[in-house]
Ligand binder design. Structure first.
Ligand SMILES: Cc1cc2nc3c(=O)[nH]c(=O)nc-3n(C[C@H](O)[C@H](O)[C@H](O)COP(=O)(O)O)c2cc1C
Length: 387
């Protein structure tokens, strides 16, 4: 097999290996997918300033995210159903992340449970919660994450109502996959994936089935999910969730400077500028384009991270140079996981690290903390074309 040199190599292998239903689930945005596409195309509008003869020996990508040491400021984002992209997927991704020295974030909607991931890893991981109605279930989730020694809580605040992704409806997305004529025909072409899945017991939502009231089997899960999200979410409720966790809290899904200012009032330690990878409000601007105005509003008051659209180490560099202290990757690691399991996630991280390190050097910087606007050339209007 040719060597993996870029994230696109992993994506090609991933598409071949994983059933269409789960490939489509990851590789989609909501409605017209404008925001999903612009998340990546906006990164390529930004250019880098080449500098030379600045002694590039002894470079380091090491940094801190919410006070924790990281080998590069790139965390694995929470991704639901990761255990359907590869058997035991959350455990594999968490292991790759801990060996690489970057945070892994476990989604509430994971296949492997919090306890399961904790039992198969050495270092603490981050846990992500949605803002659900059921207090009892939420408090139990927080307690389970605490017992599992999770080192930060990520509260996702941009999904009180779910965006529509056409392909998931058309494919009848479910875990495990529902057997229809079309899905059986497709599964027949994915034998290695199927054999791997038959070899694991982890095929349902591990944090929910058996834990949420009334959800005792996968069949009762879909009605629970429809009811569980809280359309009446407000800042008081976010503040309440914050008060239930005594460690670092990261609010994920801020895309507007006014919301970023509100986030200061709830006692969060960091925010993630994110549009959920283009999966929620189609027509919203890309995260990277919104970053400068959010930095202007709150950048000196709270740690700012960014996700949505990162497919390379150069994208990470651009986000850091615009002021982010950290980044998250979603699909970039999912491609690796689906393509080649734990090894594939490691390869995704290696690719991104190498691109970040080399680009930093060619921009004349030795440390990620020194990156700044001086490393970039932005097209006129990048920050204020849309008002
Ligand atoms: C397949 C998929 C599932 C996701 N599930 C979750 C989730 O359970 N919780 C969450 O907070 N974000 C979820 N996200 C959003 C990611 O955490 C992240 O914001 C997004 O993937 C970043 O964009 P990128 O994929 O372009 O890197 C999901 C994203 C994808 C692609």
């Amino acid at each position: 097999m040719p060597p993996i040199t870029e994230i696109a190599d992993l994506k090609r292998l991933y598409k071949r290996r994983v059933p269409k239903m789960f490939y489509d689930y990851a590789e989609t945005g909501s409605w017209t997918q404008q925001t999903f596409h612009e998340n990546t195309s906006d990164f390529s509008l930004i250019r880098l300033r080449q500098r030379i003869a600045r002694d590039m020996a002894g470079r380091s990508t090491a940094a801190q995210m919410v006070g924790q040491d990281v080998s590069m400021p790139v965390a694995l984002a929470p991704v639901g159903l990761t255990g359907m992209q590869a058997a035991d997927g959350e455990i594999k991704a968490a292991r790759a992340a801990e060996r690489f020295g970057v945070p892994f974030t476990l989604s509430t909607m994971s296949i492997c449970s919090i306890e399961d991931v904790a039992a198969h890893t050495q270092k603490p991981f981050w846990f992500q919660v949605y803002t659900l109605k059921d207090d009892e279930f939420m408090k139990r989730l927080f307690a389970r994450a605490k017992d599992a020694k999770c080192s930060a809580l990520v509260i996702t605040v941009d999904l009180q109502i779910m965006g529509q992704r056409h392909k998931d409806i058309k494919n009848g997305l479910s875990a495990p996959p529902k057997l229809t004529a079309a899905s059986i025909a497709n599964l027949a072409t994915k034998v290695p994936w199927g054999l791997e899945m038959l070899g694991t017991k982890r095929r349902f939502f591990g944090n929910i089935v058996g834990h949420a009231a009334g959800v005792t089997d996968p069949g009762s899960l879909s009605s629970w999910t429809a009811e569980a999200f809280d359309p009446s979410l407000n800042w008081d409720r976010i503040k309440e969730f914050r008060s239930w966790w005594d460690g670092p809290v990261i609010l994920k899904g801020i895309l507007d400077e006014e919301d970023a200012k509100q986030a200061l009032n709830v006692g969060a330690d960091a925010i993630v500028v994110s549009n959920h990878g283009g999966r929620q409000l189609d027509g919203a601007l890309s995260s990277i384009r919104m970053l400068p105005r959010i930095m202007d509003a709150v950048g000196d008051k709270i740690e700012v991270h960014l996700d949505s659209g990162i497919r390379s180490g150069q994208d990470v560099l651009k986000a850091l140079a615009l002021g982010a202290k950290g980044t998250m990757i979603g699909r970039a690691f999912v491609y690796g996981l689906g393509a080649r399991g734990q090894q594939g996630v490691t390869e995704a991280l290696q690719v991104i690290h190498k691109e970040l390190d080399t680009s930093m050097a060619l921009c004349g910087e030795r440390n990620v903390a020194d990156l700044g606007r001086h490393n970039l050339l932005l097209p006129k209007g990048f920050e204020d074309e849309w008002v």
